[in-house]
Design a protein around this ligand. Sequence first.
Ligand code: OSB
Ligand code: MG
Length: 381
Amino acid sequence: MTDASSLKALENIPVPKLDRVDLVTVKLPFVAPFGTSVHVWTDKEAMLMRLESGGVTAWSECVSDPDPFYFYETNGTARHIIKDFLLPLVEPGKTLGGLAAEFLHVRGHGMAKATIENGLLILVALQRGVPLHELLGFPARKIMSGLSIGLKESPAALLAAVEHAVERGYHRVKMKVKKGQDIEWVRAVRERHPKLRLMVDANGDYSLADTDHLRRLDEFDLMMVEQPLSYSDIYEHSLLQKKMTTAICLDESIHSLADAAAAVALGACRIVNIKQGRVGGLLESVRIAAFCAAHGIDVWSGGMDETGIGRAVNIHLQTADGFTLPGDTSETSNYFDEDIAVPPVVLEAGGWIGIPAGPGLGVEVVPDRILKRAIRWERIR
Ligand code: OSB
Ligand code: MG
C-alpha cells in the first residue's frame, strides 16, 4: 500500500551528482496518422534527456509535443524551463522531495519537471541495480493493456481498427470522438462489439450547451467519457456529470494532486487519467493514485504515444496502488515500426503487459537508432 512512510522514503532519496546532461530530440514516423479533435499527428517528436553519473547512463523522455495543441507545454518551452530554471537546481546534497519542493517555485511546466524527476529516479534505480517499480516501492505485476484509436476517415476504418484491438486481446478500447463524429460512430462499434470494454475521448471538444447531445452517449454502456468539456475546466464537468449516467474521466484538467482533489470534491469525474508528465512526474502520480484510491475514484495511466522510454515509465508506474483500470498502454507496433529502445512492448497471452526485466526501466536505448532519428542534440551540463 502507498502510505506516508513509503512516499517519505522516496522523497528522502539523495540527488545524485550529475557528470553530464544532454537533451536529444528524436523524430520517429508513426505507422499511421493519429487524429484527435485538436490535431492530427503524423510523427512523434520526442525530447529525451540523457543523464550521466559515475559511469551510469539513464534516459528519460519529456512527453510534450512540438506544438501546444493538446497541452500548453511544448518541446521548446520544456527545453527553456529545464535549461534555465530547473536543471540549475539539481545538485547533490538535496533530496528528491526537497528538489520537488524547489521546483514548485516554477509554476506549472509539469512535463519539464517530470523529465528531470523521472530521469533521476531511473538513474538511482540503475545505480542501485533495482527495477524502477521496486525503487518506487511496488511489487512487480502484469499491467493491463488499452488501445487509443484516433479519429478515422470512415466508420469502416474505425471498425477495422477496433477489430484489430479485439484480436490482439486489448483489455479495453478507447475511440476518439469530436463534434459531428460521435454518436453514430460509437453506435457502429457497439453494435458490432456488444460486450467490448469501450470508452470515448473528446479532448475537450464540447461545451455545456451540448449536454443533451452528450447524454445520448449514455445508451452505449461506455466505461467513461474522457474530457468532454474544456481542457481547463473542472466545475462545468461537475454539472455535466450530474446529468449523465456515463462516468466522466478527466485528463487535460488534472495537473496536480490539488486538481484531482478539487475534481473529486466537486463530483466533476468518477475516474482520473494520470499522465505522469502532465502532473509533474512519478511522485505526484503516486500521490494522486493513492488519494483517488482512498476516495473510491478509479485511476488509469494515460499515454502520450511515447517512445520506448516513456512507455516503460508508464508501465512501471502502473504497479502503484490505485491503478484499477486499463490505461493507454499499447504495443510499440501500434505507433512505430522501429522504436529507439528495446525490447518493444508486445502483448502477452490474455492481453497482459509484462514489466521489462532488469534494473531501471528494463529497456535499453539503441545508440544507432538514436543517431538515425536525432534531429537535435544539445549538451546542457
Ligand atoms: O488525450 O489521451 C489523450 C495522445 C496524445 C495526446 C493526447 C492523448 C493521446 C492519446 C494516445 O489518447 C495515448 C497513447 O496511446 O499513448
Ligand atoms: Mg485524453
